[in-house]
Design a protein around this ligand. Structure first.
Ligand SMILES: Cc1cc2nc3c(=O)[nH]c(=O)nc-3n(C[C@H](O)[C@H](O)[C@H](O)COP(=O)(O)O)c2cc1C
Ligand SMILES: Nc1ncnc2c1ncn2[C@@H]1O[C@H](COP(=O)(O)OP(=O)(O)OP(=O)(O)O)[C@@H](O)[C@H]1O
Ligand SMILES: [Mg+2]
Length: 460
């Protein structure tokens, strides 16, 4: 199969590894779901073009296992007649439209064009045909990739299906290495300096690819594969929200004042423990008092679960009507600390390492900081500004590693941590149906620390 051969014969070891992993994810999906119940979300963009050829390779290898055996692999196997969905919008580039339709014909894709927004379109699709899984060309740098894995169920509030993201860990460079190595056709806009393509209203060629030519009256651009720093891939796409926020509060840049002339604020508290009733949120009361004392008006306090989409939905809703939105909780290093990821999602940006914050954390937690990169130093990219605090509460860094491992070992038990006050003890909560399992988890945790580190707790 030409794709498999081209990658195999190249000398790019990194590409070979990425390719093998992506094809493995695709084969897993084909093994898990009936072929008729999976779909490919194709929009003619470079990422979905890469995915198309990976799907062809994955399908060929998947089929090959059973059918090669019977010796009847035909040429048609080189195509992957997968159900393919394209959300066509009136604001799509004509080049994207024509590339999508031509490609579908060349590769024998079963194209279903949907002329609705993503959510309504998917609801209609699922009503008409059982669809268990959808392949997407989402990559880790995309704003909507925040919190996703190679297999991620659709978000709360979306119709239920599995999002399969075989190229989630691919970089911009990997995408172009694949396209150029396999010599596959791509949309012509990428040769005109476009590096990521949205609608005709929000996408222009990437200024970093502009060629300065004083003799020419029109601006000329280098092709997309010449962009050396993939982090600027979206530089040609208008930012959705040029707003500012810091790690705890989001300032709209809009003067939202009440009729009485005071600033309006709202508070979002993130924490499963509060919703379980095992912890109390005392911080919001203190914050309300302080804000009232300086003449502000707090109009809403909301408690949400530790869930990226719940946080994102709340932030999205609150930021348009408040001068300031305060976010409390969920800012630590645990897998359940999703506040920043939720903010990133609401603002349509990715989480990226922030050197200043990393430095700050290093000073604060010093030798407890392990690994090459401190995962806590990831902040919503481009919209974050750090404010100087005399003390930034960064709890649980060391304990968190042990607890994260415990969470994996005891998926049937909810394990959460919080501090009642900045100097007080760390409270670890175990919630589950099986008391023996809870006791086992608690014992494991306590054995990982020196004797006397824990005092007993309540069992309810
Ligand atoms: C097939 C498909 C499934 C999607 N599923 C979800 C979802 O579960 N949750 C969500 O927040 N967005 C979902 N989206 C929307 C995407 O996250 C994103 O908004 C879209 O791909 C546009 O990306 P862009 O703004 O980078 O062009 C889905 C989109 C498609 C095409
Ligand atoms: N209009 C659409 N129809 C079908 N699938 C879509 C559509 N828009 C986005 N997708 C899916 O979401 C993925 C991510 O979109 P995104 O725009 O980031 O990537 P792309 O379009 O493939 O490449 P580029 O970043 O260069 O635009 C796509 O690869 C595709 O699977
Ligand atoms: Mg695109």
């Amino acid at each position: 199969m030409e794709i498999d051969r081209a990658v195999g014969e190249s000398s790019d070891r990194r590409l070979q590894t990425k390719y093998r992993n992506a094809v493995y994810v695709i084969q897993r999906a084909f093994a898990l779901y009936e072929f008729e119940q999976v779909a490919f979300s194709f929009n003619g963009g470079k990422d979905s073009t890469v995915l198309l050829h990976l799907l062809r390779a994955g399908y060929y290898l998947h089929k090959g296992k059973s059918e090669c055996f019977q010796g009847n692999l035909s040429d048609s196997m080189l195509n992957c007649p997968i159900r393919t969905i394209y959300f066509e919008s009136p604001s799509a580039f004509p080049e994207i439209n024509s590339f999508t339709y031509e490609t579908a014909t060349v590769y024998n894709l079963q194209l279903e064009t949907i002329r609705l927004d993503f959510k309504s379109g998917l609801e209609a699709l699922l009503r008409e045909k059982p669809t268990k899984a959808i392949f997407l060309g989402t990559r880790i740098g995309d704003p909507n990739a925040v919190g996703q894995e190679q297999f991620s169920p659709s978000s709360i509030g979306w119709p239920p299906f599995m999002r399969v993201n075989p190229i989630l860990d691919w970089s911009y460079r990997d995408v172009w290495a694949f396209i150029l190595t396999c010599k596959v056709k791509y949309c012509s806009l990428y040769d005109q300096g476009y590096t990521s393509i949205g609608s005709i209203y929000d996408t222009v060629p990437n200024a970093l690819l502009s060629i300065v030519d004083s003799s020419s009256t029109t601006e000329i651009f280098k092709p997309a594969y010449m962009l050396s720093d993939g982090r600027s891939e979206r530089a040609g796409r208008m930012k959705k929200l040029p707003l500012k926020c810091d790690t705890a509060c989001l300032n709209n840049g809009v003067t939202n004042v009440s009729q009485s002339g005071s600033f309006i604020a709202s508070i979002i508290v993130v924490g499963d423990e509060i919703l379980f009733g095992t912890a109390e949120d005392k911080l919001s009361a203190v914050l309300c008092k302080k804000l009232n004392a300086i003449g502000w008006q707090v109009t809403r306090m909301t408690v949400v679960q530790n869930d990226i989409d719940c946080v994102a939905a709340q932030v999205e809703q609150q930021k348009s009507t408040n001068y300031m939105v305060f976010l409390l909780g969920g800012l630590g290093p645990m897998h359940s600390d999703v506040s920043l990821a939720g903010v990133a999602k609401a603002f349509g940006v990715r989480l990226a390492p922030d050197e200043e914050f990393e430095e700050y954390l290093r000073l604060l937690i010093g030798k407890h900081c392990t690994g090459d990169r401190n995962e806590m130093a990831l902040l919503p990219e481009g919209i974050t500004e750090l404010m100087q605090h005399s003390k930034l509460p960064v709890p649980l860094v060391e304990t968190a590693q042990t607890i994260s491992k415990l969470c994996l070992e005891f998926p049937d038990i909810y394990i959460g941590c919080q501090r009642k006050s900045r100097v007080g003890p760390l409270v670890i909560t175990f919630v589950g149906k099986d008391k023996t399992r809870i006791e086992l988890a608690a014992e494991k945790l306590s054995n990982s620390f020196p004797a006397g580190a824990f005092s007993g707790g309540d069992c309810g």
